[in-house]
Design a protein around this ligand. Structure first.
Ligand SMILES: [Zn+2]
Length: 265
């Protein structure tokens, strides 16, 4: 059996596992977008799914990358985006999760994820999951070693969510989540709540869970960063105007709380 590195998933002309925007951005804020893309490596033949299925929310977080890119630009913040679909390997799941390489998602069977050998799974982890997280690690290392330059160090993870789940409507336009240290999330929640037309959830529609989250527990809490995850409802991310509007709200919210963040120890 060949080792996983001898089973290349990506051809030379395909994008690498991740993209970094503003690698040398001067902001205290580091942005990450785990579900930015619905791309599938050519070698995996769309995982046996149709284009429509991959374009749907099971393949990625529609709109999240657009908001993240504008926010990175507005705040001069570095941003790491995954370049491949969460259905290939989910960069926000622990390696032990059954949803890491899901055999079904929201009732859709994923043919290309069935009956995988341990080596096939390992190839996805080594070639897509770890390079993405290594890129985040490296940016955090740089920030931790630049004594005094980045204070405090802040991680914000950007996702989007479906307007309804199992027939249940979700009333929040945006949700902010955090677990151990909720100070940054609370500030963000307060700042966003001041905008009248926005219904903001706190630890809604999702909270941080070790069984279903990797990025916040490991890259945020695990490295001592002030961290939060945001989820924006997908019906508010359908047009470029809506995406720009969310980026503007988040930019304003962050600028509003930045001085409070800098006073935290
Ligand atoms: Zn997501």
């Amino acid at each position: 059996v060949p080792p996983a590195k001898d089973m290349p998933l990506l051809a030379a002309h395909e994008p690498p596992a991740f993209e970094i925007v503003n690698a040398t951005g001067v902001s205290n804020l580091l942005l990450v977008c785990d579900h930015a893309s619905n791309r599938v490596p050519n070698s995996l033949e769309f995982l046996g799914l149709t284009t429509a299925q991959l374009d749907d929310h099971i393949g990625w977080d529609p709109g999240a990358a657009g908001v993240a890119r504008l926010l990175a630009e507005n705040l001069h913040a570095p941003l790491v985006l995954s370049n491949y679909s969460r259905l290939v390997v989910d960069c926000n799941r622990p390696l032990s999760s059954v949803e890491l390489i899901p055999e079904q998602s929201a009732g859709v069977l994923i043919p290309g994820n069935r009956l995988l050998s341990p080596m096939q799974k390992q190839a996805r982890i080594e070639q897509l999951f770890w390079p993405y997280h290594q890129a985040i690690d490296d940016l955090i290392d740089t920030r931790l070693s630049a004594a005094g330059r980045f204070h405090p160090r802040v991680l914000l993870s950007i996702h989007s969510f479906t307007p309804s789940l199992r027939g249940e409507l979700r009333p929040w336009n945006i949700g902010v989540a955090a677990r151990q240290d909720q100070r940054f999330a609370q500030m963000l929640f307060n700042a966003l709540s001041k905008v009248a037309e926005i219904n903001v959830g706190f630890n809604q529609p999702y909270s941080i869970d070790d069984n279903f989250d990797y990025t916040l527990p490991v890259q945020g809490e695990g490295r001592g960063l002030l961290s939060a995850m945001i989820e924006i409802r997908q019906d508010g991310l359908k047009t470029s105007e809506q995406i720009a509007s969310w980026a503007a709200h988040l930019t304003q919210a962050y600028l509003h709380i930045e001085s409070q963040l800098m006073r935290l120890t």
